[in-house]
Write a protein that binds this ligand. Structure first.
Ligand SMILES: [Zn+2]
Length: 315
């Protein structure tokens, strides 16, 4: 098999890292994001279907070899490169080469993935990643089978693998679709599984669906549904639960799970306040009570804000 999308992309963009979403990985910094074409799942609600469903050469109009991408990330002051828009497990060879080129120049590698991958390539792929957001699309096999053309179990295995076998910093996204995966019992089951298998420190993002691709017949997710899911996660002891794709000061911000003071105030992707202090071991802690805040933090946050800047790699 030959990876025909190697060195070719459907486009490049600088985003805030919070958009991946990652709220505990170099907050506020810009990330150079790109994807290719195609996907190994077939989600009817795909939010990037113009790229994931593409079989067209036109989609891959932009060219960039690994070193070009790493150089561009450095010159644009990006702290990381993200493989996103479509699932990087289908362009694994390209993603790994880009990650290695990035590491050589001090740039981190970030994977945005559904985690639907077999054991051997899983081990190869994540060896080169510094951070990941894993999309846990639902918590039933029927949803994965009927709506995504896949299955849940390999995704759960990826999550456990990341927790038990790697140092990859990862967060989970759960896109909530009205009438499909929004029942309280399903959110309960998911949160219970997370606490039992991954512990309480992995952040989870409950994000809003917008009607797209083959799922135009569903409404946008009500803000109340996302806020309720966040409350359920917190009630299970999950330390960091977020709402996404909506403006919600409580749900967009990071809170100390010990003293309940605000640590990072956000509006959408923008950081408005920062109450994190580094301790003597260079760990991030709550400025108020000193409790550890899990993630990859530096003394200060970036100030990229909410900007989205499309760029060209070829000079
Ligand atoms: Zn605190």
């Amino acid at each position: 098999m030959v990876l025909t999308s190697y060195g070719r992309s459907s486009g490049f963009c600088i985003d805030p890292i919070e958009k991946k979403p990652l709220n505990h990985f170099l907050p506020g910094t810009p990330v150079l994001s790109f994807g290719t074409a195609g996907c190994n799942l077939a989600c009817k609600f795909c939010q990037n279907w113009d790229m994931s469903k593409s079989r067209e050469i036109d989609t891959l109009a932009d060219q960039a070899l690994p070193n070009d991408l790493a150089d561009k990330a450095v010159s644009l002051s990006c702290r990381s490169l993200a493989f996103t828009y479509n699932d990087p497990v289908i362009f694994l060879e390209y993603a790994i080469d880009v990650a290695q080129a990035a590491h050589d120049k001090g740039i981190k590698a970030v994977a945005v993935s559904a985690g639907y991958i077999c054991q051997k390539p899983r081990e190869v792929f994540f060896k080169y990643m510094d951070a990941a957001n894993i999309d846990l699309k639902a918590f039933t096999e029927s949803f994965y089978k009927k709506i995504c053309g896949g299955s849940l179990q390999p995704v759960l295995e990826t999550l456990k693998y990341l927790k038990e076998e790697t140092n990859v910093w990862f967060e989970i996204t759960n896109l909530i679709i009205p009438d499909e995966n929004d029942s309280e019992s399903e959110i309960n089951d998911m949160c219970q599984w997370i606490v039992e298998n991954l512990g309480c420190s992995i952040p989870i993002h409950f994000t809003a669906f917008h009607p797209d691709w083959k799922m135009q017949n569903h409404d946008h997710t009500p803000a109340q549904t996302l806020k309720k899911a966040r409350e359920i996660a917190l009630s299970y002891g999950i330390k960091f639960a977020y709402t996404g794709n909506i403006i919600d000061e409580n749900g967009n911000s990071t809170w100390c799970h010990n003293c309940h003071k605000m640590l990072i105030k956000r509006r959408y992707y923008e950081i408005l306040e920062w109450h994190i202090t580094q301790n003597a071991n260079n760990e991030a802690t709550c400025s108020n009570c000193g409790t550890r805040v899990e993630g990859v933090f530096e003394a200060n946050h970036g100030d990229w804000g909410t900007n989205r800047v499309p760029i060209k790699i070829m000079m």
